[in-house]
Design a protein around this ligand. Structure first.
Ligand code: NAP
Ligand code: 8YV
Length: 324
């Protein structure tokens, strides 16, 4: 690694994958905020010299936080979702934000199908049934089915399309909702989410978080989904009005839900935990060794590419980069 690169200070705010920390440490001067005896004093002294921040961000990196780093050039976000960073603010202030698209698409799509089938056929509950020895006393109750269901996808992006491709193999009808109709996709487009929810009985949400999608799946949408309706959310917890969801599940306005993401992770509402028929996962969409390794390497590679003057590998749309 070059001596010039090695002088560049890069900050990680909270413990990250060893691959990310080692990769940054090897190439740059790595500062680990959580290891500083006095974080505020560290930020006051070193904030002005920091040129990049990397990792996942539990506390949102908004303008107020980012102002502590007047020489910041780059935020390398671990994850394709970058709702933990105010990318619009970064774009307005000359800071590039990168994320980790594509390398996780298939993994998350696979998990989505797993969660869908687990929820419909009650696989975790059936596993518990065997382990508890309940089978000795009778058969596991019959479940609902995927057969004949219509599926609506909220967010037909990279992952949404990979989910739809997999679903084609299941012989189910597929529709989607997003802000715009897409050319070259064979699925029916709904201009409104409520309109789609009325037409389908499974809603799969794989949309980004942030203000634009906050509580998009509300009481009206859940009501439209109907009493046989199933919600699968693998996008962001904030996209669902959790209070409305709990109410709908309790009132049987919808049948059940499979959730990988929650509004206030890792805290999951007790009301959901208390419902034995819903399936709850701890945000594991991309959580395989192989995929996390690819994501971590992309976090490091974005930094290397940027500081070698080659531009970002995967900048987010709010911070486009054009070679001059
Ligand atoms: P993507 O390619 O950018 O797709 C996002 C989709 O969401 C687009 O089709 C977009 O369509 C739609 N969308 C955006 N804003 C919307 C709005 N206000 N209303 C309706 N639709 C909207 O992203 P991706 O790579 O598929 O990833 C999607 C999201 O999945 C990430 O942002 C992340 O939050 C989540 N994720 C979760 C996990 C997990 O572990 N559970 C893992 C990876 C990703 P339009 O532009 O047409 O609206
Ligand atoms: C990660 C994700 O688990 O990429 C995303 O948007 O939600 C997941 O792949 C997360 O970003 C890192 O904790």
């Amino acid at each position: 690694m070059s001596a010039a690169l090695k002088k560049i200070p890069v900050l990680i705010l909270s413990p990250s994958m060893p691959l990310i920390m080692e990769g940054i440490d090897k190439a740059f001067t790595l500062h680990k905020l959580w290891e500083q005896p006095d974080e505020a004093a560290f930020l006051k002294t070193h904030g002005p010299s920091i040129r990049a921040i990397a990792g996942g961000f539990k506390k949102r990196l908004d303008g107020k936080v980012l102002k502590q780093f007047p020489n910041l050039e780059f935020v390398s976000n671990f994850g394709v979702g970058y709702d933990g960073v105010d990318a619009a603010w970064c774009g307005q202030n000359g800071i590039i934000v990168s994320n980790t698209p594509d390398v996780l698409t298939d993994e998350v799509a696979d998990l989505t199908i797993g969660l869908l089938l687990s929820t419909i056929r009650q696989l975790p509950q059936a596993d518990g049934f065997v382990r508890r020895g309940d089978w000795l006393n009778g058969n596991f109750p019959l479940t609902t089915t995927l057969r004949g269901r219509k599926i609506g996808i909220l967010g037909l992006g990279r992952i949404g399309k990979a989910v739809a491709q997999r679903l084609e193999g299941f012989g189910v009808e597929i529709a989607y909702h997003g802000r715009k109709k897409q050319a070259d996709v064979p699925y029916k487009y709904y201009r409104t989410l409520v309109g789609m929810a009325k037409a389908v009985d499974v809603l799969i949400a794989i949309a980004p978080g942030g203000a634009d999608t906050d509580k998009l799946i509300n009481a009206e949408v859940l009501q439209a989904l109907g009493p046989e309706g199933i919600l699968i959310n693998v996008g962001r917890g904030t996209v669902v009005d959790e209070k409305a969801l709990i109410k709908a599940l309790k009132a049987k306005t919808i049948l059940t839900a499979g959730l990988d993401v929650f509004a206030d992770e890792p805290r999951v509402p007790q009301a959901l935990i208390d419902m034995p028929h819903v399936v709850l996962l701890p945000h594991v969409g991309s959580a395989s060794h192989d995929t996390r390794r690819l994501m971590g390497q992309l976090v490091v590679d974005n930094l290397l590419s940027w500081f070698k003057g080659k531009g970002p590998l995967t900048p987010v749309p709010e911070t486009p980069w054009a070679k001059t």
